[in-house]
Write a protein that binds this ligand. Sequence first.
Ligand code: FAD
Length: 250
Amino acid sequence: MTEHTNLIIVGGGISGASLLYTVAKFTDVDDVTLIEKEREAAAINSHRTNNSQTLHFGDIETNYTLEKAEEVKEGAELLAGYLEGTDTDREMHSKRSKMVLGVGDEEVAKLEQRYREEGFGDLFPKLREIGREEIAALEPKVVEGRDPDTELKALQTPDGYVVDYGAVAKSFVADAREEEGVSVHFGTAVTNVEETRDGFAVETDDGDFAADAVVVAAGSHSLQFAKQMGYGEDMSLLPVAGSFFLATTC
Ligand SMILES: Cc1cc2nc3c(=O)[nH]c(=O)nc-3n(C[C@H](O)[C@H](O)[C@H](O)COP(=O)(O)OP(=O)(O)OC[C@H]3O[C@@H](n4cnc5c(N)ncnc54)[C@H](O)[C@@H]3O)c2cc1C
């Protein structure tokens, strides 16, 4: 028999798990189902051994525009709030000093412009400009052996969050499961998603599901599902240094 639900989320990495948590806790959606092909949440990219565990706020990411930093900061603060509230023993996260370093006149001028003129100093009140002495006090190895005539400057903040996204994903799933109408299927691979007259039919290797809406949060497999469904057949995703570009395939 086909199981019907309001929303199906395909993929239990940090994206799917955080969506499950948000929908279960903060919306009036009655039923939500998570389907994950592995036997546990976050076994792939979100696993702690498979990424650098940085929570990006946009403060020290010099490849971000101010607009992107504003957007990223909002999401990062929500996660930081969740961690501060639930992970008081610091099992899923830790906090460290972090900085972006400018070496030489050109890089230092760019950092100063970013901080003083482009609005990053205002957006991130805890971000400070620090010079050689303070850098050396925080990170001696960064300064040791450098030519004392080379200009050095850093933008530094104490709010560097190191996050075990795998543990957070598991925590989100566990919290969501406390709510009614939440169903989680591990070890179940989605093989096909098809639009029907009243929603979507979702086929898996362990039975069929139907839903009013489907979110595919299956990492790089998401594009495959999109293409199977006729979306973006001529598009590719190009990840470059933390940014993602949509490219037309030839
Ligand atoms: C080297 C490296 C370093 C990184 N460092 C950072 C960092 O410091 N900070 C940061 O924020 N990000 C970092 N990232 C990126 C980050 O790891 C990913 O953006 C994030 O983990 C993606 O989460 P996700 O839930 O979208 O995908 P995933 O974690 O990949 O989850 C997708 C899930 O979908 C499931 N799935 C796939 N196909 C199916 C199917 N057919 N049926 C059912 N389930 C399916 C998979 O099993 C998987 O569990 C890094 C990435 C890499 C590679």
